[in-house]
Unconditional design. Sequence first.
Length: 237
Amino acid sequence: MGNTLLRVEHIDVYYGDFHALWDVSLEVEEALVVSIIGANGAGKSTLLNTISGVRKPSQGTVEFCGKRINGLMPYQAVVEGISMVPEGRRVFPRLTVLENLEIGSYTPKARKKKGEVLRKIYELFPVLEERRNQLSITLSGGEQQMLAIGRALMSGPKLILFDEISLGLAPLVIKHIYQRVKQINAEGITALLVEQDIQRSLKAAHKVYIMQSGKICLEGRPETLSQEEIRKAYFGL
């Protein structure tokens, strides 16, 4: 077993009076891909937003590299080494591809390595170099997803949070994106991946957590979980 990079312990999260996460705990080891699977509304995105500092837990702790981070703002989490590829991509439509990427390197540490990291991103996604001077609004959905991943990489993260990266994309594009996620992970970057697509998540991950109604209801390595266990956990049967 590797070193624990991220540890979430017994967190509860509310939206007003709505109890969104219930006593959620998980661990993410260095250099692994960990998938969080669940139906729409299971609490997956809320969990990522809590890890990244967008939401604050009412109780429990989030630790990263042994340091408690659940009091940090999102930009401070980026400085610590966490970046996020948000659901829906959320690129800046009136900025060029290059300008979008450069926004990801705003921390002092990232600025020092901006040129080097940019070259790696262009190797990973050659289309971004070809279209570097185009406005991002002119890109296809798949290209915008590549741009969102590239922007997250520009900060030099230890951990990337991927939120529904296959949403609304064609199957061939999804396959290409997942190949690049594996390549990113092979270079030592840890990935926490949120998906509704069960089979794709199982195939990509070293470890899986299944959420249902704001709770973790099943966890394990994909090869140790039966299809029946997964089905029951996913649908709450």
